[in-house]
Design a protein. Structure first.
Length: 714
């Protein structure tokens, strides 16, 4: 019998060398991790033992090449395993993650703290600084060199051996804690359900929500109660269930239960409590930054941010508070007035009431209910609309390829082709919530993009003699599921989510750089959200909605009058929404600008930290921090302000399209050439100014949100 070969150890032999998910077993991961680390150590030894003088090619470019996904076994298995840990996990995967995480962190530390490897990188860097390099480097090569050198420095290469050991221990602990934070959150999210058996308690909920809840109950209970035909209705904390329930349910006590379940995740007296984990992560990051010579972790982070320093971040956040708070106060008063009109003068609006009465107010002001839109936002049509938008702007096309293996039957694989018909990328789309999939929405990659030198120009996909290795991009979301009676019908907010993540995917798919570590979304954190938030603008544009918003039963287009109501309501409670994001930014910065050991009560500290952006009285029995994955486990520590920073950029960029035409192909090509295809090859402001012609201002955002009177700006 022929011995089975680990699929990670050989060419995939699949369309475009996509991941052979159908062949991978749990045991393959650990074997590939261990062998991958061994091979990478061999590659590093080969570089540092090269007798030739260190050069850009034999050190910097070689190290980047040896560790990229296509060549690196470790990179290949890491990309698959950690993506599955978010999209399709189970107890065995979680246990393996706990086992491998400290080993992988130690391996990464062994490389970044290797004095011989750093010595070669430092030699090339200093020679280039003196302009004595063997050749003149391109801007992209200079960026790679700078990143390589500074990456090692920021990982502790200049520290004493004693301090290197301290840093090793801290990074390994932080890695484990981040993983534990995420696992706790996933377990607690999936553990809670609201099971309703009395139909009267469904009052206020639209039929689509009821059907989805009935199917969720049936799915959960049919194996446990095989003889039972009436399973009731099941609601969860996943966005497609939680959001509509809070918006429509007239049952205030049930809304309270759902709200408290979601907003106490991580603070209950159980094994999933995240309070101590958060406190320790905050302190670990401060200690690591100070060991590396920075006052705070935020100062460490700002070295590679457009904002450049903490003061600039706070300036933006308080500028937004000053601009939006007066309008937000009026929006809140309007909401409370309506609630009292409906419930009586003594009625007190609680957090679990906000979504419900906001919806009632929106109906009163605009005669607009998200449920009115669902029949026109059938997922298959939305896919055509979103993909069609990319075709309109950039000329790219999408073709489903069922021969590409997927990790779950829900996943749809596409081949993406450029305007000239050439192959551009693979795109996986995973739309719906399920067990083992974390909440939220994100874009990721199984393979990045880079240029590979080939001696045969006939094989070149880019410049002569260079093969352009194209990316494999994945979009993962938690959108409304189909029912037995209806296809997946989305809310407009879910269309915005799709557009947002699709914007990230365009950033990845259009990547056209020489080095993978600089391609696609490998950019500074406060720039990475520009392409995604830019795409959200189209969700309320008439011209876009008219391309795909057709009734799923009759085929009739969404009435112009309904589209007009959508457009008129686009700024409904925009100021409150802005302050909510600003509050998260303030909280993030408060944690990571700590100079001294952080020993405060997380819940009380949270309330004080974001108070400048809060309107009204706060509850002290809920907590955001313990479920704030972005800043605890998701790479946004000291960077959550990036969403508002990028919103300034996206509003400014879209104002150009509004002026030149929202489907203007020349403007779109300029956006692609200047921003989407260039990754992190140059300073992001350089890229933005190349597209825009000037630096952005906050004016376009204020005008878009109706905070400031619009004025002409080309």
């Amino acid at each position: 019998m022929e011995k089975r070969i680990n699929p990670f150890f050989e060419p995939y032999n699949t369309p475009h060398e996509t991941v052979p998910f159908d062949k991978i077993t749990l045991a393959d991961y650990e074997e590939a991790f261990m062998e991958g680390m061994r091979r990478e150590n061999e590659q590093i030894e080969s570089i540092i033992n090269d007798p030739a003088e260190p050069t850009f090619d034999n050190t910097i470019a070689r190290e980047d090449k040896d560790r990229r996904h296509y060549y690196s076994l470790l990179g290949r298995v890491e990309s698959v395993f950690f993506n599955m840990l978010s999209a399709e996990t189970n107890d065995d995967m979680e246990a393996l993650a706990q086992k491998m995480s400290p080993l992988l962190t130690k391996h990464a530390n062994d490389i970044s703290l290797n004095p011989k490897l750093f010595g070669r990188i430092k030699y090339v860097y200093q020679k280039e600084q003196r302009a004595e390099g063997e050749k003149e480097l391109t801007p992209e090569q200079k960026m790679l060199l700078d990143n390589a050198y500074d990456g090692f420095v920021r990982s502790g290469a200049l520290l004493s051996e004693e301090d290197k050991n301290k840093l090793r221990a801290m990074t390994e602990e932080a890695s484990m804690l981040s993983l534990q934070f995420s696992q706790n959150l996933l377990k607690e999210n999936k553990a809670y359900t609201l099971h309703i058996t009395d139909e009267k308690q469904l009052d206020g909920l639209p039929e689509t929500i009821r059907k989805a809840a009935a199917e969720a109950a049936k799915e959960k209970f049919q194996e446990e109660e095989k003889e039972k035909n009436d399973y009731g209705w099941l609601f969860t904390l996943d966005a497609p269930s939680y959001g509509p329930f809070m918006m429509y349910s007239s049952q205030r006590e049930l809304r309270r239960q759902m709200y408290m379940a979601r907003n106490t995740m991580g603070i209950k007296d159980n094994d999933e409590n995240n309070l101590q984990i958060c406190q320790r992560l905050i302190n670990l990051r401060r200690e690591m930054a100070q060991l590396l010579g920075y006052d705070t972790f935020a100062d460490y982070v700002m070295k590679y941010r457009m904002a450049t320093n903490v003061e600039t971040v706070y300036k933006l956040l308080y500028q937004l508070i000053d601009a939006y708070k007066p309008t937000a106060v009026k929006e809140r008063e309007e909401l409370h007035t309506l609630a009292k009109e409906m419930e009586g003068d003594d009625f007190k609006v609680e957090p679990w009431d906000t979504a419900y009465y906001s919806q009632q107010l929106k109906i009163k002001k605009y005669n607009l209910d998200p449920e009115m839109l669902r029949p026109y936002l059938e997922l298959r049509n939305v896919i055509k609309g979103v993909f069609g938008l990319a075709t309109k702007l950039y000329g790219i096309t999408f073709k489903q390829n069922k021969n590409i293996p997927v990790y779950h039957p829900d996943v749809i694989p596409y081949e993406v082709f450029d305007r000239d018909g050439s192959y551009l990328a693979v795109l996986y789309v995973d739309f719906h919530p399920r067990k083992g999939k974390r909440d939220g929405a994100w874009m990721t990659e199984f393979q990045g993009q880079w240029m590979e030198h080939t001696p045969d120009p006939s094989h070149a996909g880019g410049a002569e003699g260079w093969l352009n290795i194209r990316p494999h991009v994945s979009l993962v979301m938690n959108l409304s599921k189909p029912t037995e009676e209806t296809p997946a019908l989305l809310r407009l907010s879910e269309v915005e989510t799709f557009l947002h993540e699709f914007g990230h995917s365009l950033h990845g798919m259009f990547a056209n750089t020489q080095y993978e570590s600089l391609s696609g979304t490998n950019v500074w954190w406060d720039f990475v959200e520009l392409p995604s938030q830019f795409m959200e603008n189209y969700a309320v544009e008439k011209e876009f909605l008219r391309t795909f918003a057709f009734h799923y039963q009759t085929g009739e287009p969404m009435p112009d009058e309904l589209i007009d109501r959508i457009v008129r309501s686009r700024n409904f409670q925009a100021a409150l929404g802005c302050l909510r994001q600003v509050s998260f930014g303030l909280l993030d910065m408060a944690y990571y600008t700590q100079h001294e050991p952080f020993n405060e009560d997380i819940i009380e500290f949270e309330k004080k930290a974001w108070e400048p952006a809060i309107i009204g009285k706060q509850r002290h029995d809920t907590c955001m921090t313990t479920q704030f994955s972005h800043i605890m486990a998701g790479g946004y520590a000291a960077g959550y302000y990036s969403y508002k920073w990028a919103e300034v950029l996206d509003a400014d960029a879209f104002s150009v399209f509004k002026h030149e035409g929202i489907f203007n192909t020349q403007t779109a090509q300029r956006f692609r050439d200047c921003i989407l295809s260039r990754g992190g090859t140059e300073h992001p402001m350089t890229l933005y100014k190349r597209f825009r012609g000037s630096e952005p201002t906050i004016d376009a955002l204020l005008e878009r949100n109706g905070i400031k009177q619009a004025h002409s700006k080309a």
